[in-house]
Design a protein. Structure first.
Length: 469
């Protein structure tokens, strides 16, 4: 028996490859499926099943394409109602895979079809659970994403989740391995650990949601407390996972068309496409196409695209580093953004050589900001999350979290120069690009973000441990 976690850091997502005696199961595959097919070929094995833990909201799964490519059936748990052919398993139903067995544990709560898959070894011993978004390491799945189903509320779903954890998962042995669908950084939970694999016994000790003496009322209160609104693209991804989607090869063919600067400009004007610049922040600051949006590939690219662009139907034109155009289109498709129309041939340098108009972002070092602050009272805007800001921030700084930047546009000065920063410089450059696209140009980005600000000795609030907030 082989069990491999295939973890994608950008999405904080774990897919799984299980092989026994030449038969393979894939759990929660990503959109691009060739890596799974190639992995099975290495083992001289055949993909027998594709298991889905639920209808994912934060990414588009590869289940439909993988089933088409391999002929393997897609398996969902009870209550699932996809628009394509699939096995809708019953609670406790078992599937044989070589010498091992995968047992269906229906665990509603995150969604009503949420299912945990229990892997039993050749001797019938419980070996591991693939818990989807039911149980994370250090947390559990948020219960507010499926509340539009009938009259169910998030508290109803939280109650179902409490029962699922205590009736299906907590009775399992402490040495059972927990393989969750997500780790720290995913918007599907609140406080996940950075680790991606653990034992159930350790989770019973340290996961707040698995306290043995916890009442259902306490669980509901704690799990629903402090939930931020989910990103707007989540329901659109659920729809694609439930109804099906275009093959990724077609998306790549369309999205990787090379466009000359003139053709690129014409396409932007004619289609209403967003120009998405995926280079690094420093290059974007030095020069970029006016009104383009920066979201760099070297950060949490796909989740920020989903959170800030929101509409998966939005046409997109790419400005990418040479050789990374296909990667950018692939990563966009992982979160349902399939309408990439092409990329700027030759990159931004070709745009400049064609004498096309371009813009820049003004930047200062933290030491320069400190000098300015010592001379006068200048406005500083912190685009980190509210919890980061409350933990420690520049005195008198305004908190305008990037996730909800459009809600704060009226707070930025009309004419006076202001400064923006985040933790390290990635999010503040995204914010700068959005503000400039809205016609707000009187901004200066602080290089290195709050880390550099702290090192420069700029006065900040007293530190509060984020875990207490």
């Amino acid at each position: 028996m082989k069990v491999e976690q295939i973890y994608t850091g950008c999405l904080a997502q774990g897919a799984y490859y299980i092989e026994s005696k030449g038969e393979v199961a894939i759990i929660d595959p990503l959109r691009e499926v060739k890596p799974y097919i190639n992995r099975a070929k290495l083992d001289d094995a055949k993909i027998k099943y594709i298991f889905e833990t639920h209808f994912h909201a934060d990414f588009v799964s590869g289940h439909v394409t993988l089933a088409k490519e391999t002929g393997a059936p897609i398996v969902f748990g009870p209550n699932a109602n996809p628009n394509f052919e699939a096995i809708i398993a019953k609670d406790n139903q078992e599937f044989k895979l070589g010498e091992v067995t995968i047992k269906v544990l229906h665990t509603p709560g995150h969604t009503m079809e949420s299912t945990t898959y229990l892997l039993k070894d050749k001797d019938g011993k419980d070996h591991a659970i693939f818990s989807g978004d039911t149980l994370f390491l250090g947390d559990v799945g948020r219960p507010d994403l499926a509340q539009k189903m009938g009259v169910l509320t998030e508290k109803d779903l939280a109650g179902f989740l409490y029962d699922s954890l205590r009736e299906k998962i907590m009775p399992l042995a402490d040495d059972v391995i927990v393989y969750p669908a997500h780790g720290a950084g995913s918007a599907c939970g609140k406080n996940m650990m950075k680790e991606t694999v653990d034992t159930l016994g350790n989770q019973k000790k340290m996961n707040y949601a698995l306290r043995a003496d916890m009442t259902k009322e306490e669980f509901i209160e704690e799990v629903t407390d402090g939930l931020l609104p989910p990103p707007q693209y989540f329901p659109l991804n659920v729809k694609m996972n439930k109804e099906g989607y275009e093959d990724i090869d077609q998306i790549l063919e369309r999205g990787t068309r090379a466009l000359s600067p003139k053709a690129f400009e014409s396409a932007a004007n004619e289609t209403g496409a967003i120009v998405l610049d995926v280079r690094n922040a420093a290059d974007f600051a030095k020069g970029h196409i006016p009104r383009s949006i920066f979201i760099g590939l070297d950060g949490s690219f796909a989740p920020w695209v989903g959170a800030l662009i929101a509409d998966v139907q939005q046409p997109i034109l790419l400005v990418a580093p040479k050789g990374l155009e296909e990667e950018a289109v692939t990563r966009l498709s992982r979160v349902g953004f399939d309408n990439t129309l092409g990329y700027l041939e030759g990159g931004f340098e070709a745009w400049k050589k064609a004498s096309m108009e371009y813009d820049t972002v003004s930047q200062v070092d933290a030491s320069e900001l400190k000098s300015q602050m010592e001379k006068e009272n200048i406005p500083v805007f912190d685009v980190r999350k509210n919890s980061e800001y409350l933990s420690e921030h520049v005195l008198e700084a305004h908190n305008t979290p990037l996730d909800y930047l459009n809600d704060y546009l009226a707070e930025f000065p009309d004419n006076d120069t202001f400064y923006v920063h985040c933790a390290g410089g990635y999010r503040s450059m995204i914010a700068a690009s959005i503000l400039k696209s809205r016609g707000i140009h009187n901004l200066i980005d602080v290089k290195g973000g709050f880390k550099a600000i702290n090192e420069a000795g700029i006065p900040v609030s007293e530190y509060v441990c984020p875990s207490t907030l």
